[in-house]
Design a protein around this ligand. Structure first.
Ligand code: 9MR
Length: 441
């Protein structure tokens, strides 16, 4: 990895051949020791030749140390930057997603504006998980959080990538009990002291849950595929593959789903049910497959997990399971080789399905320094190049949160594209611009 040095704000200011970057408060410049400084972007043509020339020249001196400097810009205007990330991805046929909720990334006008300027798809970060649909009486109902998010999406013509129908986590333990009212004296989530339900009971509970979700959404927002229903995809199952190679479960997680079914066919059933209810029963007759059905997992950038994931997918294909897409969460750090992310996408190409980057975030470690933020920009830039190379199969790329402070990993170092003041980080620039602009690490 090449050394990156940040001179910090107010550090060395580069020559300004093209003017400041529109939409950015700070101007980001590359300065290397053997040449002039180069502005990464210009106001009139973000993909212009002058910029490329500058960067190529900068990259040509790669014997190097690439110190980077920030310089405050007096003239940069806010909020008008090349159609945002969605504009860039749209050119590739990929949706630009963010995980958020009405109560977090959409709870101020400024946050809503930032979401709408940059993304055209939202994954509900928590509200649509199984436990989000039940009250204390085990009654099924759409929550206000889910309703608000769907309404925001429907009103603003933004897509929803649903998350998640079947998951070992954030599912009430009673769901897996033979008697759902049996008192569970074990306080650990995912474990119950009560006798487990049998397979037939679980098959019916799963079917009912999936039908209820599809029906509740279509009752309020119209059938799937209609103009008012924003749902275009769903994580049907999440995190079913084991972290280690457990031969007893054929590499699958020994969850309460696995235990109650005594096998992985709960996954097959989930796709059958989702296909029936989202793409048939509650679908608009004019659209024969409105909801793209995904399987989703983490650590697919690691070869062992990926091998087990692919083996499961092979079995699903052999069983004729109606799945449409393969999700890669990509919760990574600056030390995760980006080539491993690319290997994950490449290895899954043979299935001829859609793929999605479903939960992208890249922690810097702490303390978060300017140098780390620049390196993170370079990392996101490498990921963006991978996205370009795999655009044909990619359905969407989703960052797991709007601003660093709202991230589930905020303690591990600023993982996202916007800081807590909604300022665009180098990671944002790297993600939103197609032209080759960042020197490699
Ligand atoms: O980001 C989510 C966080 O707010 C929740 O507390 C957490 C609870 O499990 O889930 C987080 O989202 C997870 C996602 O649903 C599935 N993949 C891993 C994500 C990070 O934990």
């Amino acid at each position: 990895m090449k050394e990156v040095r940040a001179n910090g704000f107010g550090g060395r200011v580069a020559a300004e051949p093209n003017g400041p970057i529109r939409g950015l408060r700070k101007e980001y410049t590359i300065i290397n020791e053997e040449s002039d400084g180069y502005t990464l972007f210009n106001t009139t043509d973000e993909r212009g030749a002058s910029k490329r020339r500058g960067i190529v020249a900068a990259l040509a001196t790669v014997a190097m140390l690439v110190p980077l400097a920030f310089a405050p810009s007096a003239t940069a205007a806010e909020g008008d930057y090349s159609g945002g990330i969605k504009g860039e991805y749209n050119a590739l046929g990929i949706a630009a997603g963010v995980a958020t909720e009405a109560y977090s990334g959409l709870n101020s006008q400024e946050r809503q504006d930032t979401v709408l300027a940059n993304f055209n798809q939202i994954t509900p970060e928590n509200s649509m998980k199984p436990e989000g649909w039940y009250d204390g009486n085990h009654e099924f109902a759409m929550s206000d959080n889910t309703r608000s998010l769907l309404k925001f999406a429907s009103d603003n013509n933004i897509r929803i990538y649903g998350h998640v129908l079947v998951w070992y986590s954030q599912t009430p333990d009673w769901f897996f009990q033979a008697d759902e009212w049996c008192e569970d004296t074990n306080n650990t989530a995912g474990v119950t002291s009560c006798p487990l339900a049998d397979k037939a009971t679980m098959q019916e509970r799963q079917r009912q849950h999936i039908e209820n979700v599809a029906k509740a959404i279509s009752d309020e927002f119209g059938p799937f595929g209609s103009d008012t229903n924003p749902v275009v995809a769903f994580d049907v199952v999440n995190e079913t593959v084991n972290d280690t190679d457990n031969p007893d479960t054929n590499g699958m997680r020994n969850s309460l789903w696995y235990q109650t079914y005594d096998g992985e066919d709960y996954i097959y059933d989930a796709f059958e049910n989702a296909n029936t209810y989202f793409n048939e029963v509650y679908a608009d007759p004019s659209d024969d497959h409105p909801v793209t059905l995904f399987i989703n997992d983490y650590n697919t950038e690691q070869s062992g997990k990926r091998t087990r994931y692919a083996a499961l997918l092979d079995r699903m294909v052999a069983e004729g399971v109606p799945f449409d897409g393969i999700g890669h969460q990509f919760h990574v750090t600056l030390t995760t080789a980006t080539s491993n992310l690319e290997a994950a996408l490449t290895d899954m190409e043979r299935f001829n399905k859609k793929q999605a980057i479903t939960e992208l975030d890249v922690t810097t470690g702490t303390p978060v320094t300017e140098a780390k933020l620049i390196e993170q920009g370079q990392y996101y830039y490498e990921v963006n190049q991978i996205i370009h190379r795999h655009a044909a199969q990619l359905f969407s790329v989703t960052v797991w949160g709007l601003i660093d402070g709202l991230s589930w990993r905020s303690g591990e170092g600023a993982p996202l594209l916007f800081d807590d003041n909604l300022e665009k980080k180098p990671a944002y620039i790297a993600t939103s611009v197609i032209a080759p602009t960042f020197p490699s690490r």
